[in-house]
Design a protein around this ligand. Structure first.
Ligand SMILES: [Zn+2]
Length: 347
């Protein structure tokens, strides 16, 4: 029996190294005529395109939405080829100097938050080329979207404990698990009470940016700081639109501008289902916080930073019924689109 051993060892090794897709791209193109359809087919001959829709090259036709995945290595040349031949694709590169960073699900149990990030991506890709505003936004700006900030915490909330909030890091000298990622940012870290005990829901972690998740996000934002004009983070619940600061009652220099955006965005949100939101600085509108992503992004230099506390106001709280997810996403989209339009025009 022993000769079988090397085979099983190989199988184990393979199982430990799953395929990764870092920095790969999925293009969505819409050939306008036969010539453009043939350009896509030709690209498929000379590059490794993984067709998602349709499932094979020969189905590609005029006016069809075509999705394909390309490797990081090939994505630049594919993009240039599409641009040169004027093939329409989602998120054309030309002229995009501004960007918005959005994250969802920093707190595990706030399930409607990751739902919104997915909804945003779904709507953006679905309405590109059809909806005038969305097409303009995607043509002229980059949207960086992190759909689930706190991955292990989120999974834990689905599998073990629906009310889990923190990530799942082990803590030294404590049997209590997890750091509150929204207290872990390097901004007035540890200044508010109830953040130094690993057994509390608001534990700040052993050091600023001690957590992998925080470090990944801060590294990305720092390296794209030149283009990122707005940072938007999604939580639930309480129907609020918040801006800095959380760690001080002091108002940020452009608070009038932030209040104006907050007012119009919440008005836009309420037009669909008359859902009422309040807006204002974190400290006076919800409660003082330290080490939050919002304050960190603001003090880093992103002058338009917002946190949504999505539905509801506490009747269901984190357990928002499924039937409310889509309406929540639809109305929130109106506010986010307004903010994006504002950023495009005024920053
Ligand atoms: Zn939260």
């Amino acid at each position: 029996m022993w000769p079988a051993l090397p085979v099983s060892l190989i199988a184990t090794t393979l199982a430990l190294a799953p395929v990764r897709f870092d920095r790969e791209k999925v293009f969505r193109v819409r050939p306008q005529d036969d010539k453009q359809a043939n350009i896509v087919k030709d690209l498929a001959k000379s590059n490794e395109l993984d067709f998602w829709y349709p499932d094979a090259t020969h189905h590609v036709a005029t006016n069809m939405t075509v999705d394909f995945r390309v490797s990081e290595k090939e994505s630049q040349s594919i993009q240039s080829a599409l641009e040169q031949s004027n093939v329409h694709f989602v998120g054309k590169r030309a002229g995009r100097q501004k960007a918005i960073f959005m994250d969802c699900g920093i707190h595990a149990r706030e399930w409607v938050s990751p739902a919104f990030c997915q909804w945003f991506v779904y709507q953006a890709t679905k309405s590109y080329g059809k909806n005038k505003i969305m097409t303009k936004l995607l043509d002229q700006m980059n949207f960086y979207i992190l759909p689930v900030f706190n991955v292990d915490g989120y999974i834990w909330s689905w599998t073990q404990n629906r009310m889990w909030r923190k990530n799942r890091s082990r803590n030294r000298n404590s049997t209590c698990i997890g750091t509150d990622l929204n207290r872990n940012f390097d901004v007035s870290w540890s200044s508010s009470p109830n953040t130094n005990n690993p057994c509390l829901e608001t534990y700040r972690g052993p050091a600023p940016e001690s957590e992998k998740e925080t470090r990944a996000v801060t590294a990305f934002i720092r390296s794209h700081l030149k283009s990122i004009r707005a940072y938007i983070t999604f939580h639930s619940y309480s129907q609020m639109l918040l801006y800095p600061y959380g760690y001080t009652p002091r108002l940020p220099p452009n608070h009038e501008d932030l209040a104006k955006v907050g007012r119009i965005a919440t008005e836009a949100l309420s037009t669909r289902y008359e859902t009422r939101y309040v807006y204002g600085p974190i400290a006076s509108t919800i409660y003082p916080t330290s080490g939050s992503s919002l304050d960190w992004a603001y003090d880093l230099g992103i002058k338009h930073t917002f946190a949504f506390e999505l539905r509801d106001k506490g009747k269901f709280g984190f357990l928002l019924p499924e039937s409310r997810i889509k309406p929540t996403c639809r109305e929130t989209m109106l506010a986010v689109k307004f903010i994006a339009k504002y950023i495009l025009k005024h920053t």
